[in-house]
Design a binder for this molecule. Structure first.
Ligand SMILES: [Mg+2]
Length: 382
């Protein structure tokens, strides 16, 4: 995605160019603690691309993007090829400090491919941050906050399991929950909303259908769960059906969120016009953090609420990038999903911790995380 930003270069410690020597696209499969069933897909292992950018001086920056066939159309093979064969050759030998000037050319050369563009941009900014001693967020924005309250997704087979998991996660410090719907029989999903609400009377609760409901089912779900006080219902309908979205938002007494339908600034504006109450912003959909921050500002101007989310599931590399984004946008009032918590094993030495209900921006330069290259090799898809 292209937009005008004033900056054309980054100071990175000295005037010497920060020459890019090598870029690796590394496909990985990261097992989840337990499978996540959503409308359209069940995920047992996250298939992600890692981007490792090495400068001539040996400094390394990391980026990551999840494959998301049902959200961006990105497959693991597609992401790997986009980075390895198309974007990387255009960057080798370039000065990373010129990233703001290099970026528009990459987006003109390769449309779509949001995951590949995002992983490249995050790795580039991680590298520049490490060389200049600055946090990634300080390179691209004025921080609006230093920590976020993460939300937890519930998608078990039964209400009892969802309630048990919610109680367990609440003890760990999660205090905002999203129900995955559009999967089971509607009456059962309505009953689950009430069961979880009864178990957590004061906790913010929302639902996400991942395009899995018809207009009639969405109206029925929203109407019948009103007393469960859902904060919003996300992407109930097919991603491209803005006419049905308009009909739903006219009738619904609960705000409707849009996720799978957002891939550009135009989609955000169209969602607002269709009466949506908010949008979910993901780095892989918008093609990187520069565009995602602009999308957050646009959402603010349009009066939309904002959810910031990583895809199920990404390691602490992507979670850190999503955290920097969530701390950079004007608001993230519809919660922040950081998905490394769902992985059986992470790719960094110290996974981003949840402390006192908050995940704080790390102090270190760049993303502020330290990638464990042995773990990367263990999970590499050969
Ligand atoms: Mg969603």
């Amino acid at each position: 995605m292209l937009e005008k930003t004033g900056r054309t270069t980054f100071a990175a410690g000295s005037d010497a160019p920060l020459t890019i020597r090598r870029i690796d696209a590394i496909p990985v499969a990261l097992p989840l603690k337990s499978p996540m069933k959503m409308a359209g897909e069940t995920i047992t292992a996250a298939q992600n691309i890692l981007v490792r950018i090495e400068a001539k001086d040996g400094t390394v920056g990391w980026g990551e993007a999840a494959s998301a066939p049902t959200m961006t159309g990105d497959t693991l093979g597609g992401l790997t090829a986009a980075v390895r064969d198309f974007l990387a050759p255009r960057l080798i030998g370039q000065d990373a400090r010129q990233w703001p000037a290099l970026r528009p050319g990459l987006h003109r050369a390769l449309l779509g491919n949001g995951g590949a563009h995002s992983a490249i941009e995050i790795a580039m900014l991680d590298l520049i941050g490490k060389v200049s001693g600055k946090r990634l967020i300080d390179l691209v924005a004025k921080p609006r906050r230093e920590a976020v309250k993460p939300m937890w997704l519930l998608g078990n087979k039964t209400a009892e399991e969802d309630v048990a998991e919610a109680h367990l996660r609440q003890k760990e410090g999660f205090n905002f929950f999203k129900l995955k719907i559009g999967v089971k029989e509607l009456a059962k999903e309505i009953a689950i909303a009430f069961a979880v609400r009864e178990a957590l009377p004061k906790t913010p609760l929302c639902a996400d259908a991942n395009c899995g409901l018809t207009l009639a089912a969405a109206k029925s779900y929203i109407d019948k769960t009103r007393k469960a006080r859902l904060m919003f219902v996300e992407q109930p309908l097919a991603y491209d059906d803005f006419e049905a979205l308009k009909k739903l938002t006219r009738a619904a007494k609960v705000p409707v969120g849009v996720d799978e339908a957002i891939h550009s600034f135009a989609d955000i504006t169209a969602s607002a016009k269709a009466g949506a109450g908010g949008v979910s912003l993901k780095l892989i959909k918008l093609g990187g953090i520069t565009a995602a921050i602009e999308a957050g500002k646009l959402s603010q101007r349009l009066g939309l609420s904002v959810n910031i989310a990583a895809k199920i599931a990404e390691s602490s590399i992507s979670s850190a990038a999503a955290l920097h984004l969530a701390c950079a946008v004007p608001k993230a009032d519809w919660g922040v999903s950081l998905t490394h918590f769902y992985l059986a094993e992470d790719l960094v030495r110290r996974p981003l911790p949840l402390k006192n209900g908050l995940v704080a921006l790390p102090d270190g330069p760049g993303l502020g995380i330290e990638v464990d290259e042995a773990a990367v090799e263990r999970f590499r898809v050969k």
